[in-house]
Design a protein around this ligand. Structure first.
Ligand SMILES: Cc1cc2nc3c(=O)[nH]c(=O)nc-3n(C[C@H](O)[C@H](O)[C@H](O)COP(=O)(O)OP(=O)(O)OC[C@H]3O[C@@H](n4cnc5c(N)ncnc54)[C@H](O)[C@@H]3O)c2cc1C
Ligand SMILES: NC(=O)c1ccc[n+]([C@@H]2O[C@H](COP(=O)([O-])OP(=O)(O)OC[C@H]3O[C@@H](n4cnc5c(N)ncnc54)[C@H](O)[C@@H]3O)[C@@H](O)[C@H]2O)c1
Length: 454
């Protein structure tokens, strides 16, 4: 086996695998180095196991709903070990698929720690590979702030392998992971408190949607504590005592921290092959993913643009075509109107501008908003609701943003994201005949907008 390559990729996660596979498809001699798990964060401790747990956490609601439809589901039981082990078996299957995909694409696989020794030189546990180009696709790792007792907390990786589910649990943070974990743990039967330092969680999402999701989560019985910070944590007999900034003491079996992720740069470069780093240690790149070192590229979570798997995949494909493709991309990757979802309970789906962003940048907008009880729930008395919202540019009629919270929000948003990306106007939405009865038809039937000027 030769150790000379056109491209050596460090990190076989979403971005690295896609870039390696596509580059090999363009005819390059490619190697990939992975030290922990094939498929990276998304497959092993991210999107995939999280979504499986989220599905699992919805069953108690489904059972309750089934009663309204005449089914008797009394006496159902949940076994955490079964869910955890079934999930782990599925992840092992996916790991195998990722390896095979790389093999079949002709990518040479090295298992071990990759390190940039010099431009054109990567070591894998001491074994030197020479290469024309290097791609850093090493992802990120959880960030836990420093405070007394932070050694007692768990991180997102831990949820996926817990021996037992905690009875009482705190989730600290107000972003994607904390809000998703709060919903999952609650659905699986834990008593959940979500602790967030700001006024309202999910900063950056549309204000109405944030408030709506908070109301719905509180209605389900999740204890939301905003404007609360953790000063210190003490452990005694397996219980964690949390001391808050307001002088309270709260006790839990487990405390999960989901306070962001930082670039995974551990022992990644030799002293004279370290590229420029920006905020939070993210590797700085230009629009071609070129770092400050010639021939060294970076993409995915480690460049901290949008920490999403489809973004890392798109960057990987773009770079492979740019470096090795016969047909080069016509311009840089377009980061506008990338749809995203939070798999909280209820789900959030969003694409484009929030009302706050639109007011700040456009000035005069029309907002169409509806909150309703999905038909599925009308046979009982539970107050499960959905919210949808469109933000329209008043002068051009273009739909600037679409936001949904409720059942199937992510699935609905994916389809509408195409229309938004194509520049659909409110008139285009109005001219679209709905599908009845669905929740999504609301998006094409809202006629009463509110004019708002900044
Ligand atoms: C709990 C959680 C849930 C998430 N849910 C979603 C979701 O629903 N949807 C979504 O779009 N995104 C989600 N994400 C984000 C998504 O997982 C990331 O954006 C995506 O995995 C980034 O891909 P990447 O290729 O940049 O890095 P990663 O997938 O993290 O891959 C990096 C790889 O590099 C390896 N590596 C690191 N350093 C070295 C080294 N020196 N040598 C060799 N190998 C190395 C790592 O072991 C890892 O396998 C979630 C993340 C988390 C943590
Ligand atoms: N559904 C999805 O697509 C999905 C799901 C999970 C994660 N992700 C990606 O992974 C990234 C990381 O997720 P995340 O939830 O860890 O990060 P995040 O950036 O979404 O949220 C971090 C939260 O922690 C809080 N925080 C930060 N420092 C703190 C401190 N010192 N003390 C208290 N609170 C603090 C922030 O205010 C914020 O609420 C996300 O940005 C997202 O891009 C995506």
């Amino acid at each position: 086996m030769t150790n000379e390559f056109d491209l050596v990729v460090i990190g076989a996660g979403s971005g690295g695998v896609r870039a390696a596979r596509m580059a090999a498809g363009h005819g390059a001699r490619v190697a990939i180095v992975e030290k922990r798990f094939f498929g990276g964060t998304c497959v092993n401790v991210g999107c995939v196991p999280k979504k499986l747990f989220s599905y699992g956490a919805h069953f108690p609601d489904e059972f309750a709903l089934a009663e309204d439809y005449g089914y008797s589901i009394a006496g159902w039981k949940f076994d955490w070990a079964t869910l955890r082990e079934n999930k782990t078996r599925e992840i092992a299957r996916l790991n195998g698929i990722y390896r095979r995909i790389l093999d079949q694409a002709g990518v040479t696989i090295f298992e071990g720690h990759g390190r940039v020794e010099a431009p054109g030189q990567v070591s894998v546990d001491g074994n030197i590979l020479t290469t024309d180009k290097i791609l850093l696709a090493v992802g990120g790792k959880p960030f836990v702030p420093s405070f007394p007792g932070n050694e007692h907390v768990k991180i997102s990786d831990d949820l996926f392998y817990l021996e037992e589910l905690p009875k009482q649990v705190a989730v600290v943070g107000g972003g994607y992971i904390a809000t998703e974990f709060a919903g999952i743990l609650h659905g699986l039967g834990c008593e959940v408190t979500q602790i967030y330092r700001g006024d309202l969680f999910l900063r950056g999402f549309d204000g109405d949607i944030r408030e709506f999701v908070a109301e719905q989560m509180a209605e389900q019985g999740i204890n939301l504590r905003f404007n609360t910070d953790v000063d210190r944590i003490e452990e005694s007999e397996g219980r964690k005592r949390v001391f808050t900034n307001s002088g309270e003491q709260l006790e839990f079996d487990d405390v999960f921290y989901a306070t962001g992720r930082i670039p995974y740069l551990d022992n990644l470069f030799s002293a004279d092959a370290t590229p420029s780093l920006g905020k939070n240690g993210a590797i700085q790149v230009d629009e071609h993913y070129q770092t400050s070192i010639d021939g060294v590229y970076a993409l995915g979570d480690v460049i901290d643009r949008l920490q999403l798997t489809p973004v890392a995949l798109a960057e990987g494909m773009w770079l492979a075509a740019h470096l090795f493709g016969k047909a080069k991309p016509s311009g840089p990757l377009d980061y506008r109107n990338i749809a995203t979802a939070v798999f909280s309970h209820p789900n959030i789906g969003t694409v484009g501008m929030t009302q706050e962003e639109a007011l700040a940048t456009i000035g005069a907008i029309r907002v169409f908003k509806s909150s309703f009880r999905p038909m599925r729930y009308t046979l009982g008395d539970r107050q499960v609701r959905s919210m949808i919202k469109l933000i329209v540019d008043d002068s051009t009629d273009k739909v600037l943003g679409l936001h949904i919270a409720g059942e199937d929000a992510a699935e609905i948003t994916q389809g509408f994201a195409v229309a938004i990306k194509m520049g659909a106007t409110k008139a285009d939405f109005d001219a679209t005949v709905g599908i009845h009865p669905t929740a999504a038809e609301e998006l094409v039937t809202m006629r009463q907008g509110e004019f708002i000027r900044a």
